[in-house]
Design a protein around this ligand. Structure first.
Ligand SMILES: [Zn+2]
Ligand SMILES: [Zn+2]
Length: 496
């Protein structure tokens, strides 16, 4: 019964990545001759070119504006490739803290990537590519509107991690709102996401990471996490918390430092944070206290006052000057004796320090692994949650073994897994209820789901459609797969 629509009134939407999956987020919006690209991530479960979004199926030279929601690998790590290796010639925007962290994060990932002896996967860009393209990025502030070739963009706080933004995009009177990854619960350092006031949103593009699943309340989750950690320590074990180097790790450090301060009986047990990158980025966290919530601002004032009293400069880092956490430059400097709590990256145990410690500690049933982030399909973090009898060692750690078995499969080294494995999500994504409430509050007639595995996305879609029964104006819900173009009609009277 719908009238034929003039193609000029259609909004086109295309996922180059992040469609029915978590990873390599990259979405294209086209309307009235304007093109906006949202995010440019990599897929954490793949290597080399296959970790990139499907850039080859779209002419990137047509993109007017590229918006990066936050610094996580799955949203930002393809950007140097886009800027250095493709015909992209648009403008790129991200918030100031995102840009500050992105700089170190990409540099670090390129260096780590090059150090790997996996010769089959060539890096898709170099450190030089990153250095050359970094100045092209324009940094912007929350709540500030910028107009670029008559596209209006405004970032809003998204919670999730420092600097994370949701973007309001206005093209020819059509308001599109992109959540990126977002959270609404109150944590120790971030301002949580809010619905933009007084703006009629026509299209909402939202993450669907947790589908309809609901999180255990924050306080209970924190208590369960601490019970689990102290349980491992009390049996004389080592607690390994694989974390992404930056972002949620800072929240976990605040929780741990606070708990240790209140529990002298654990103060003899060291908490380590093994991340060089984090040390570099602490300056960013200190600089952007103003972009965080009231809790962190209060902590900052307290620490500065303490520093003034003692006069020794202690507490200069404010809330990030932890009392009970030691930063660890490398495993060479780590004396592995007795119980400890270890936060190490990468968060999905693909390689690096966290993987090395996993392989070292997995055989003992005293030890425990605690997963606190979202684990992408195909990664070791996802695998280990199934509590397998054994896990595969990263063969590349031994170059000689790698040469003997170039394909990898011929001489798999297996390690028994007897350590405990538990999961408490501190990933800072909305759960099913929070997402549904937010979607209802935004009230857009068109909702496009991205950033979720198919089964989670489908459950959320059904839930949202079931809410249509008591509505006069039914909402449309889309869940496009990668490279599957959506065409959504909008009436001509939208023109401003
Ligand atoms: Zn994220
Ligand atoms: Zn993400």
């Amino acid at each position: 019964s719908e009238e034929p629509v003039d193609p000029a009134d259609e909004l086109k939407f295309l996922c180059l990545g992040g469609g029915n999956e978590v990873g390599r987020s990259c979405h294209i919006i086209q309307y009235k001759g304007k093109t906006v690209m949202l995010d440019a991530g990599q897929h954490p479960a793949y290597d080399g070119l296959s970790a990139l979004p499907f850039f080859d199926i779209f002419d990137l030279s047509t993109v007017d504006v590229l918006l990066i929601s936050h610094f996580h690998v799955d949203h930002a790590a393809s950007l140097p490739y886009v800027l250095a290796k493709t015909n992209f010639k648009g403008r790129v925007f991200m918030t100031h803290p995102t840009k500050a962290i992105y700089r170190w994060l990409i540099q670090d990932s390129v260096r780590v990537g090059n150090a790997s002896s996996n010769e089959s996967s060539q890096p898709v860009y170099t450190e030089q590519d990153h250095a050359n393209t970094f100045p092209m990025i324009e940094a912007i502030d929350y709540y500030t509107t910028h107009t670029i070739s008559s596209i209006r963009i405004t970032p809003y706080p998204a919670g999730h991690v420092l600097g994370a933004a949701m973007f309001l995009i206005e093209i020819a009177g059509l308001n599109i709102f992109f959540t990126g990854d977002y959270s609404r619960e109150h944590d120790r350092h971030l301002v949580s996401a809010e619905v933009p006031r007084g703006i009629k949103i026509d299209v909402l593009i939202t993450e669907s990471t947790y589908g309809v699943a609901s999180h255990v309340p924050r306080l209970e989750r924190e208590q369960a996490l601490m019970k689990s950690i102290t349980g491992i320590l009390n049996r004389g074990g080592r607690a390994l918390l694989p974390v992404f180097a930056l972002g949620r790790a800072q929240e976990l450090l605040l929780i741990l430092d606070e708990y240790w301060a209140k529990h002298p009986e654990f103060q003899k047990v060291p908490i380590y944070y093994a991340s060089n990158l984090a040390r570099k980025c602490m300056v960013v966290y200190q600089t952007y206290i103003g972009a965080m919530n009231d809790n962190i601002k209060r902590l900052f004032r307290e620490r500065m006052a303490e520093a003034e009293v003692t006069g020794d400069g202690a507490g200069k880092g404010g809330p990030w000057d932890f009392k009970f956490i030691r930063s660890l430059k490398s495993l060479d400097r780590f004396e592995d004796v007795g119980s400890c709590v270890m936060l190490a990256s990468p968060g999905m145990l693909q390689s690096g320090v966290s993987r090395e410690l996993l392989e070292r500690w997995a055989p003992s049933d005293k030890n425990g692994v605690i997963i606190t982030g979202y684990s992408v399909e195909g990664t070791m973090a996802r695998q280990i949650m199934q509590e397998p009898e054994q896990i595969q060692a990263v063969v590349t750690r031994n170059a000689a073994a790698a040469r003997r078995a170039p394909g990898g499969d011929a001489e798999k080294v297996m390690i028994p897994r007897r350590c405990s494995v538990q999961e408490y999500s501190f990933a800072a994504h909305v759960d099913g209820n929070e997402n549904r409430e937010f979607i209802e509050e935004v009230g857009a007639p068109v909702v496009i789901l991205v950033h979720g595995e198919q089964h989670n996305m489908m459950r959320l879609k059904s839930k949202l459609l079931s809410l249509n029964t008591n509505k006069t104006v039914k909402i449309k819900v889309y869940s496009p797969k990668n490279i599957e173009e959506l065409r959504i009609p909008f009436k001509q009277d939208k023109i401003a």
